[in-house]
Ligand binder design. Structure first.
Ligand code: NDP
Length: 450
């Protein structure tokens, strides 16, 4: 594959696309990184000579497998399982499992690629990986989900291990699924180890892990705001999604004196001008985590606006936290957000803003924290869970939360170090991409042809 240079990005991308056809999300994620790295690589030819970029876009290993399972009616079903082991230069592969009908190879490769940079930014020794299945947990009984998870792990177990590859949750994989997966791993291997993170507190999980991604996204926004002597106090905040990340983002924003007025799911969004306080958030958690129902029921219960098949970006707020999924905020919506007075976007989800939306935020010089920096708190606390498992100890809430805050601050510092432009503007996209790249690239250089 050809080297990049200011002229070479197009050629590099053309070759990548030819080699990895029909994977638009992967192309998008690589393109963003290559653009950020372009002049940095020109200034540091050692990375080009060692073909680091060409190697870093090639997964070390991809595992794809059949997942047969039997539904409650006794019918045979089959899904496809994946694990992308992207890069192990700085530690065991680490990254979540996603169960969602849209899951395919390209989406998981984009997520695994981003994970490499994100994990490097956390300062912890974790390589990058991602996996999952096109299985849809929605509408399935607990028993069906259990049988699926057991079948999935019956193949996956041989590829993972506490020193090899340590999966966690993502969309559609929460505490329930991690429990079923862990139980099956333990049964097959006859070993109680930290092979998964996001485990229940009774069997090796870490406090603050469920909260970590949402809290971390808010801590990152707080760091960005403090560069302008600003804070969440008195701000109106737009949040999308209503799953794990969104729920704890709402909790932390409220605690810091902000008011969250929106939440969404794949069917539409709710707008509550009074704000989603802690009682209403409890209802959201029951609705989404126990009843597993639609966010529309929030609007029915509290008599607020519900907009079907729309996303919340047309509403007014100073801060936006996209916490649902990739490409859920496009250019038109970005323009609208900024017009409506939004000046801080911190991405809880992975790649929720399209490239055009990101460009608009950068052009308008607003505070924009890309997912690989802003949502790294989840995997950071997963890293802390691995440490606690290895040491066979449990830290307190205060201890873990303190470490999470220190890590989010350190990620912000790294972004500032690598992303500050001549006029003082901090381009967090460049900062995260270059800052995440250096540690991995230097490790690859040290390790030879790997
Ligand atoms: P959950 O499954 O708990 O929640 C996902 C939320 O996003 C739900 O509200 C869901 O709505 C919505 N959503 C999912 N897919 C789509 C879609 N195609 N279109 C519109 N809405 C959608 O997942 P998480 O909260 O864990 O993950 C949310 C995001 O955060 C993802 O991008 C994930 O990769 C990222 N992330 C998660 C981390 C974690 O620790 N969990 C760590 C770092 C990043 P519905 O219920 O209708 O499907």
């Amino acid at each position: 594959m050809s080297h990049t240079s200011s002229l070479g990005i197009n050629a590099f991308m053309a070759e990548l696309i030819a080699k990895n056809p029909a994977e638009p999300e992967f192309h998008q994620a690589v393109h963003e990184v290559v653009e950020s790295l372009d002049s940095f690589l020109d200034e540091n030819p050692k990375y080009k000579h060692a073909r680091i970029l060409e190697r870093i876009v090639e997964p070390e290993r991809i595992i794809m497998f059949r997942v047969p399972w039997v539904n409650d009616k006794g019918e045979m079903c089959v899904n496809r399982g994946y694990r992308i082991e992207m890069n192990s230069a700085i530690g065991p592969y680490k990254g979540g499992l996603r169960f969602h009908p849209t899951v395919n190879l390209g989406i998981l490769k984009f997520l695994a690629f981003e994970q490499v940079f994100k994990n490097s930014l956390t300062t912890l020794p974790m390589g990058g990986g991602k996996g999952g299945s096109d299985f849809d947990p929605k509408g399935k009984s607990d028993n069906e989900v259990m049988r699926f998870c057991q079948s999935f792990m019956t193949e996956l177990y041989r590829h993972i291990g506490p020193n090899t590859d340590v999966p966690a949750g993502d969309i559609g994989v929460g505490g329930r699924e991690i429990g079923f997966l862990y139980g099956q791993y333990k049964r097959i291997k006859n070993e109680f180890t930290g092979v998964l993170t996001g485990k229940g507190l009774n069997y090796g999980g870490s406090v603050i892990r469920p909260e970590a991604t949402g809290y971390g996204t808010v801590y990152f926004a707080q760091e960005m705001l403090s560069t302008r002597q600003d804070s969440f106090k008195g701000k109106t905040v737009l949040v999308s999604g209503s799953g794990n990340v969104a729920q704890f983002a709402v909790e932390k924003v409220t605690e810091l004196g902000g008011k969250v007025v929106t939440l969404s799911d794949s069917s539409g969004y709710i707008y509550d001008p009074e704000g989603i306080d802690s009682d209403k958030l409890k209802f959201v958690m029951y609705l989404k985590n126990t009843k597993r129902a639609r966010i529309k029921e929030y609007a029915d219960k509290y008599g607020v606006k519900y907009v079907e098949n729309e996303r919340p970006w047309g509403e007014k707020g100073e801060i936006a936290l996209p916490c649902a999924t990739q490409n859920e905020l496009n250019e038109v919506e970005a323009i609208k957000l900024v017009q409506n007075g939004c000046y801080c976007v911190s991405e809880g989800a992975n790649m929720p803003s399209t490239p055009e939306a990101v460009q608009h935020f950068l052009d308008k010089r607003i505070l924009f924290g890309p997912g690989k920096a802003a949502n790294a708190g989840g995997v950071a606390v997963s890293g802390l869970e691995m440490t606690q498992n290895s040491m066979r100890i449990s830290w307190t809430r205060e201890e873990v939360d303190q470490r999470l805050q220190v890590i989010m601050k350190s990620i912000h510092d790294t972004c500032t170090q690598y992303g500050t432009k001549d006029d003082g503007f901090i381009n967090y996209v460049d900062g995260a991409n270059i800052g995440g790249f250096v540690k991995v690239a230097d490790s690859m250089l040290s390790q030879g042809a790997v």
